[in-house]
Design a protein around this ligand. Sequence first.
Ligand SMILES: C[S@@+](CC[C@H](N)C(=O)[O-])C[C@H]1O[C@@H](n2cnc3c(N)ncnc32)[C@H](O)[C@@H]1O
Length: 275
Amino acid sequence: MPEPVPGPRPVTPVGIAAALLERVEAGLADVAGVPDDVRADLARARAIAGGLEPYLEASTSPESPALAALTERTRAEDWSGRSGGVRLEQEMLSGHVEGALLQLLVRTGRARRVLEVGMFTGYSALAMAEALPEGGEVVACELDAAVAALAAECFAASPAGGRIRVEVGPALDTLRRLADAGEVFDLVFVDADKTGYAAYVDLLLDTGLLAEDGLLALDNTLLQGEPWAGGPDGEEQASANGRAVADLNASLAADPRVQQVLVPLRDGVTLARRV
Ligand SMILES: C[S@@+](CC[C@H](N)C(=O)[O-])C[C@H]1O[C@@H](n2cnc3c(N)ncnc32)[C@H](O)[C@@H]1O
């Protein structure tokens, strides 16, 4: 019998909090003297935190069969066996609820040209492509050629896949090239290396890459709770990614070039536009 593929580990603040509460509850199960009301409060806190993400899924319009198939393909892949470059894992996929938010941003913003920085297996790129009008285009930047090839196979199985142009290479180089070529985007979704976000944002705002009335969406701006709660295993210090995101959030909140809001969906999505 083949080993079952493990499901994704929690990578959102609320998912992590739920897993910790579950661990505390299990740890206290055989401990004598814990008052009943403390056990009841703990059970309710675990139920609220643990039930939130499944409830959001159930309360969101269904994803397309192509997006569901792409998720399955990503889960079935053995990410541990890959070597070199950026470490990739199934948890990187943004997924159903965030994909639906991106689709609404494309549709309500009447976006025709979308730029993605960090494509992975292509969930968010394909979700946005599905929402584009006839003639619209997603330009998706990805560093890892092998994962870009896997995404291309998934795109080929979808009617919207033909609206996606993949640019393989370091995103900063690609963005500079696109800016020099005079390309302009109505919606930009940044979901790549977290320590690179500040440079991407500066380039997007300081060149014409982001349209005057365009929208910027930055993923993982809650970074698993690290910016306010410290490192993942009880370390006081956040990781380099956590510190980069904390600095970015603080500087964007005070940045006179944009109005922004951090939406606590999944691992946090910052939405910003020029003022
Ligand atoms: C979180 S994943 C993207 C997830 C994807 N947006 C989705 O919704 O499924 C981040 C991706 O960014 C890519 N990446 C990391 N650094 C990069 C860089 N400097 N330039 C381009 N892509 C990069 C990684 O290889 C990875 O595939």
